[in-house]
Design a protein around this ligand. Structure first.
Ligand code: ATP
Ligand code: MG
Length: 571
């Protein structure tokens, strides 16, 4: 995952979470505030309605009693009814007509919505609604029997009207009762008060279930002690709440989108400014690995500059260390070779010394054998001196191996030319055995290497393989394979169908002067190893599963590292 995508993800997530959290908490707060406002309004409306109803009910309480007690007209009706034996039908027609006008006038004067004059049995003597006159109102009869005068009570709408506050007074005497029943509607009061607070107030009939709360309304039921049996449902439409919440949701969505866009833009800019110098640094570091080590330039933040600085210091130190190591290795190798050369030279010295000593001894005693031996001794001395001279020449050749001069070469072609060279040399000798060298070259990039030294390497390996195989087989064969290795490297494998390197030889295989051959120098593989190492590569030996020796070389395509050039102290 790239730095940019990580930053984008992180910023986006933070932006979304932040706006979601802020949006949700604002939504919750707004809901709480609005609901609290609903509660407040309902409470205020209920209080206002309660006061108003209390005031109304107080007014109603004593409104009718004076009429029953003192009204002369009512007294006259009572008297007439008494005379008529309590039968309303026998009332004086004049009085009846007068009643029709009087009662509605009275109702208007008292601001009552309804007013009726009834007998104790509930027969209506007068009312605003003329159709009721003469009829018997069973509810009123029961009411007069059951309830004494007093405070207003709720008159349910079941009786045909609307919920009202009802009061009555009676005038009794001589077994005849007349009563005035007045009512004032509650609804207008509730409407007026509710309207002032934006709350809808409705009277609930006794026994009726209050309206259930719905999605569009908040409903509270308020009890009123002032009017017996009265309960009021207060409701507020939630339209405002839903509208406010919708607005908030939209605002949160817009703010979230804006924040997300902004965060992503910032993340992109940040990621670019962060990753560009890192990518540049990585590219420079890669170039350093494949080419000449040179300092990388750290650009961008201070951390990156510091990183580049540390990297440069490490590279400088590493280069110096590799140089020192190369020098140390060379010194050790030279010491080892000197030891071997001394050993090699000691061998021919012994016969020389023996020959000279014998000559001197023969001369001292004037032995006649002197002349006879002189010839043989001088030949031995000359032979051994020649051997010493050879050893010294080979050693100087080995020691003077020039530093590689790399140029881009096609290793496959080099391998093929080495194989051709061998084939033609075999043709020339006309040997009985027909050795074969096969080359398989897979496509590989050009390799920066010293062509002559590569020829030397392949020639030595092919020569060794053919010699070893020729010892034991009639069809000595060597196969050279050239192909790609891990990134930026190529692999050369040389295998033969010989017996493989003997157990005794294996630990000293690449040492100078290690040989199992009578005429061998033992320098072949030492030179091969040195060339490969100086090209920045590696060489390894293994025995093939079916026997036979396998030499594997891996070389960097980029060519020899610069610090592999021989140190000046070498010369
Ligand atoms: N392909 C091989 N199979 C078996 N043994 C090998 C093979 N290559 C090398 N050797 C062994 O390793 C020894 C060292 O080889 P190296 O090439 O260094 O010297 P040399 O071949 O003996 O001498 P020169 O190369 O001068 O002829 C050989 O003498 C031989 O014993
Ligand atoms: Mg050899």
């Amino acid at each position: 995952v790239t730095l940019a995508s990580r930053l984008l993800l992180a910023f986006g997530l933070v932006a979304i979470l932040a706006t979601a959290m802020i949006g949700l908490s604002m939504r919750g707060a707004a809901r709480e505030i609005i609901e609290a406002d609903f509660d407040d309004r309902i409470e205020l409306a209920a209080r206002g309605a309660r006061q108003e109803l209390a005031w109304e009910s107080d007014g109603l309480r004593g409104l009718l009693a004076p009429l029953c007690e003192h009204d002369t007209f009512l007294g006259r009706i009572h008297l007439e009814l008494d005379r008529a034996g309590g039968d309303p039908a026998k009332l004086d027609p004049g009085s009846r007509i007068a009643l029709r006008h009087l009662v509605p006038d009275q109702a208007r004067a008292l601001r009552l919505d309804e007013l009726s004059l009834v007998t104790g049995d509930g027969v209506v003597l007068a009312a605003e609604d003329p159709t009721r006159i003469g009829a018997r109102d069973a509810r009123l009869a029961a009411l007069l029997r059951a309830t004494a005068e007093g405070g207003p009570r709720l008159r349910p709408s079941a009786g045909g009207g609307v919920p009202s506050m009802e009061v009555h007074c009676t005038r009794e005497g001589d077994g005849v009762t007349v009563a005035l029943v007045g009512a004032r509607r509650i609804e207008p009061i509730l409407t007026r008060i509710g309207g002032a607070y934006g709350v809808r107030l409705r009277a609930i009939e006794p026994g009726a279930t209050p309206p259930p709360a719905s999605a569009d309304e908040v409903v509270r039921v308020v009890d009123f002690a002032e009017v017996r049996g009265l309960a009021v449902a207060a409701s507020v439409p939630t339209l405002k709440l839903t509208a406010a919440l919708e607005k908030l949701d939209l605002a949160a969505l817009l703010a979230g989108g804006g924040a997300l866009g902004l965060a992503l833009a910032v993340a992109v800019v940040l990621a670019r400014s962060l990753s560009r110098p890192i990518v540049a640094l990585a590219r420079e570091a890669r170039e350093v690995v494949s080419g000449e080590p040179r300092p990388v330039a750290g650009r961008g933040s201070r951390e990156l500059v510091e990183l580049a600085g540390s990297y440069n210091r490490a590279i400088t130190e590493l280069t110096a260390m590799r140089k020192r190591l190369a020098i140390t290795e060379r010194i050790a190798a030279r010491r080892e070779v000197a030891r071997k050369v001394a050993h090699e030279i000691k061998n021919p010295l012994a016969p020389i010394r023996a020959a000279v000593e014998t000559l001197r001894r023969l001369r001292a005693r004037d032995d006649p054998a002197f002349d006879e031996y002189f010839d043989e001794a001088t030949r031995t001395v000359l032979d051994e001196v020649h051997r010493i001279s050879n050893i010294v020449t080979e050693f100087t050749d080995f020691a003077r191996l020039p530093a590689p001069r790399p140029a881009p070469i096609d290793l496959g072609a080099v391998a093929r030319s080495v194989a051709t060279l061998h084939a033609s040399s075999v043709e020339a000798t006309g040997a009985a055995k027909r050795p074969r060298v096969d080359v398989t070259a897979e496509p590989i990039p050009e390799v920066s290497a010293d062509r002559d030294q590569m020829v030397q390497v392949l020639t030595n390996l092919v020569q060794n393989g053919l010699e070893a195989a020729g010892e034991v087989r009639d069809d000595p064969r060597v196969a050279v394979t050239v192909g790609p290795a891990s990134e930026g490297r190529v692999r050369i494998v040389v295998r033969d169908n010989g017996p493989g390197v003997s157990e005794a030889m294996q630990p000293r295989l690449f040492e100078p002067y290690a040989t199992s051959k009578a005429k061998g120098t033992g320098l072949g593989l030492a030179i091969v190893q040195r060339i490969v190492l100086e090209h920045g590569g590696e060489i390894a030996y293994r025995t093939a599963t079916k026997g036979g020796a396998v030499f594997e070389i891996v070389l960097p395509c980029a060519g020899p590292p610069l610090d592999a050039t021989p140190a000046p102290t070498e010369e």
